[in-house]
Design a protein around this ligand. Structure first.
Ligand code: HEC
Length: 210
């Protein structure tokens, strides 16, 4: 009988130690990486929280001026020439295209490839849209995507949202056509700067580039 008691007591001690060790070793959420921890590139994805909190959520400012707000938060990957290309892959990988359609053309979610913005076109505003989500159906990705990936998406969205010329897509039946009709060739839609390839449509109606 004594022996059994000892065995039960020993098992209880082991369980208590295991649980305590588990709690002790469990990483607490939001723990910052240790200083000097290895990172993939020079950018460690850390935009200071106070800088993010001052990104305005709308363009309506008390007193008419964005005093004290951080309207000009810049993209840390702005000078990375490949960021938009990676963002384009992220856009499909994380199924942004499921709602915003391929190339951000617009579907259940609004078009991102035009010059119209619901929540602002600044890099900080696009970043906040992705991280925090927006009221009418845009999910919040902050807990899921690393900061760096979000900035890549910002780079991509900025590159495709470049406003095409005022004549883009205009259909005019008068001959000669003024202004000329323009299109982005289908094979160029798969680039990160589709509007850079806008071409006049030949008067005989043939498709540019093909
Ligand atoms: C479930 C569908 C859905 C998915 C998935 C989705 N979005 Fe959205 N997104 C929306 C909707 C809907 C809105 C408009 C929200 C509103 O009007 O409040 C929106 C808005 C936006 C805007 C703001 C556009 C503006 O005009 O200001 C951006 C930028 C954006 N999404 C980027 C993304 C990115 C990047 C991803 C992938 C990480 C993504 N979205 C995934 C539905 C989605």
């Amino acid at each position: 009988m004594d022996k059994l008691r000892w065995i039960v007591a020993a098992i209880a001690v082991v369980i208590v130690i295991a649980v305590a060790a588990g709690i002790f070793l469990m990483p607490s959420p939001g723990t910052a990486p240790a200083p000097g921890a290895p990172v993939a590139t020079g950018y460690n994805g850390a935009v200071p929280a106070n800088a993010m909190l001052r990104v305005p959520a709308s363009r309506v400012y008390p007193g008419g001026a964005p005093t004290g707000l951080n309207v000009a938060l810049s993209n840390p990957l702005a000078s990375d020439p490949d960021a938009a290309e990676r963002g384009k892959r992220d856009f499909d990988t994380f199924n942004c295209s499921g709602c915003h359609a391929a190339n951000g053309g617009g579907g259940m979610g609004p078009a991102l490839s035009d010059a119209n913005w619901l929540y602002g076109s600044s890099p900080g505003a696009i970043y906040m849209t992705i991280v925090q989500g927006r009221a009418n159906g845009m999910p919040a990705w902050g807990a899921m995507l690393p900061d760096r990936t979000v900035w890549e998406l910002v780079s991509y969205i900025e590159s495709i949202s470049e406003k095409p010329g005022p004549q883009f897509g205009t259909t005019i039946s008068a001959a000669p056509q003024t202004p000329p009709r323009e299109q982005v060739p289908a094979n160029r839609m798969q680039t990160v700067t589709p509007w850079a390839f806008t071409e006049p449509q030949p008067p005989d109606g043939t498709r540019p580039g093909g």
